[in-house]
Design a protein around this ligand. Structure first.
Ligand SMILES: *Cc1c(COP(=O)(O)O)cnc(C)c1O
Length: 515
């Protein structure tokens, strides 16, 4: 969708294929000092018949193109990013230094064990630390995201039942859960049994007991996020786990919200059998477009035979990659997972130490509660239960009065220089705005955010069209999000080029100012 002109500035960035000119390039290649080979002779039928159609641009053209695009976007390195559930905290740059050390960054994934001892040691140490933090026995670093960690954990639960000659199908998930929970169930051939959290936003044992009762001996397990996606601590966790265990089911803990409880509560102590971490949330490894994720699974010893292979472990004084796990669910990721993420998370954890990690969670909870207290004067809280690391507000009343929708508020925040909170999630709250400040923000940032929210609420009353038309000051205005999802154009073709040919190519990288 091309951008529109605002205040005389046009933000249109053509695809890189439409920049440059034939024959232009950004690197100088040394003259050939070996005999030239005809690729059709060397490669036969595999040789390309036509040139690949790569962009032909100079170094400044390529560099400026990508830097311009990056400046149009919001990032945690440029502004406050209170996207609830995602834990968008600032990632310390020392992590990047460590991950870029030549010995780590340049290590080939097929390097034999005895030449990769340092890397394997980092992995084993991280596994041990993550097990300790969660109160679990072992960890596999293989899964590449939180969702894949869930998938892997449920595969292990299924393998556990199968080894006992059972095949129960039902997995119980409260209705506030992240959408990946039921998805992981479905991919494992389980049936999701959704049940309602109580009026305080947390699961009540009586409700779960009734739901389990109906399932009889078909209980495969329960998935529970703690603290949950409303930012509330599931106080009854040990009781809930006991109910599930009594029916032969296992307890899966979604550990995406561990940032709220580091050094304060351990899922393993509360009855969780297997869980995932999201290193890109809790342990400051890059997020989204910033890098691949990592979703290590942590589990109790009785599940160890089913963990993904190969297993990275101690071998006397050394470290090895052990493929021998006959009951394993198999490999879930190429090689040993996103190793660079393991280095970053290890660096972060070792820099902070146990006291530092506890302080992280304390500050994350303090910041969320401060913000909650101040914002609740303008936007009512969905639940009165005191939150931990994030809180869910609702703008239902404002919408009914002014017609301004949650998405309009989210877009207007961009004009004030803030990324929006998560909106319309969790699904159980109408007009939900889920705010997670994290520990890395200062009081003055939180105050500025509250002021922006208050100003937008006032605008909605006074001048609703202003908010409904937002954003006004960003590079691109309101995008057709449904269209982008339903009819994505992911590949540039010459045809696209002629379609956009008549749009102006004016580029201006100057950043617009927030009001
Ligand atoms: C983020 C999140 C997930 C999914 O993690 P990804 O790394 O995005 O796959 C699952 N559950 C909860 C509660 C989350 O917040």
């Amino acid at each position: 969708m091309p951008g529109e002109a605002r205040a005389g500035i046009q933000f249109v960035e053509p695809p890189i294929f439409e920049l440059g000119a034939a024959g232009r390039h950004g690197a100088s290649v040394a003259p050939l000092d070996v005999p030239e080979v005809d690729p059709r002779v060397a490669l036969g039928a595999l040789a390309r018949r036509e040139p690949a159609g790569l962009p032909e641009v100079s170094e400044p053209e390529a560099f400026r193109h990508f830097v311009r695009l990056s400046q149009w976007n919001y990032s945690i390195d440029t502004s406050f990013y209170p996207l609830g559930s995602c834990t968008m905290k600032f990632n310390p740059k020392v992590n990047e230094w460590a991950a870029r050390l030549g010995g780590f960054a340049g290590l080939h994934p097929l390097t034999p064990d005895h030449l990769a001892q340092g890397a394997l040691e980092i992995m084993v140490r991280l596994q041990e630390i993550l097990a300790e933090i969660a109160g679990m026995d072992e960890v596999s670093l293989q899964p590449a995201a939180g969702a894949q960690g869930e998938l892997t954990g449920l595969m292990m639960i299924r393998a556990h039942h199968q080894a006992a000659g059972r095949a129960p199908r039902q997995v119980f998930i409260p209705d506030s859960a992240h959408g990946t929970n039921p998805a992981s169930c479905a991919l494992n051939g389980f049936e999701t049994q959704s049940f309602q959290a109580g009026s305080a936003g947390v699961v009540e044992p009586e409700v779960l007991a009734r739901a389990l009762e109906a399932a009889g001996d078909d209980v495969a397990g329960m998935m529970l996020t703690n603290p949950n996606t409303l930012g509330l601590y599931e106080q009854a966790m040990p009781k809930l786990a006991a109910l599930v265990h009594a029916r032969g089911g296992l307890v899966y803990g979604d550990g995406a919200n561990m940032n709220a409880v580091l050094g304060r509560a351990r899922p393993g102590d509360a009855g969780v059998d297997v869980m995932q971490y999201n290193l890109h949330k809790t342990f400051t490894t890059p997020h989204g477009g910033g890098g691949p994720g990592a979703g290590p699974v942590a589990f109790k010893r009785f599940l160890a035979p089913y963990q993904p292979t190969p297993v990275v472990r101690r071998d006397g004084d050394a470290f090895c990659v052990d493929p021998d796990r006959p009951q394993s669910v198999g490999k879930v990721r190429s090689f040993l997972g996103n190793f660079g993420m393991a280095v970053r998370a290890y660096t972060y954890i070792r820099e902070l130490g146990p006291e530092g990690l506890r302080a992280v969670s304390d500050m994350a909870v303090l910041n969320a509660n401060y913000l909650t207290k101040r914002l609740a004067e303008t936007f009512p809280l969905a639940y009165d239960t005191p939150p931990l690391h994030e809180a869910v507000f609702t703008d239902r009343a404002l919408e009914q009065r002014t017609g301004v929708k949650t998405l309009d508020i989210a877009k207007r925040l961009l004009d004030y220089g803030f990324h929006a909170p998560t909106v319309y999630f969790p699904l159980v709250v109408r007009g939900a705005m889920m705010v997670e400040p994290t520990e890395t923000e200062s009081k003055s940032t939180l105050d500025a955010f509250v002021s922006a929210m208050e100003a937008i609420a006032a605008e909605a009353e006074r001048e609703p069209e202003l908010v409904k038309g937002a954003p006004h000051l960003t590079a691109l205005r309101r995008l057709d999000e449904a269209g982008a999802a339903r009819r994505p154009r992911l590949r540039w073709t010459l045809q696209d080029s002629s379609r956009t040919q008549d749009s102006s190519r004016t580029q201006d990288s100057s950043r617009t100012q927030a009001p």
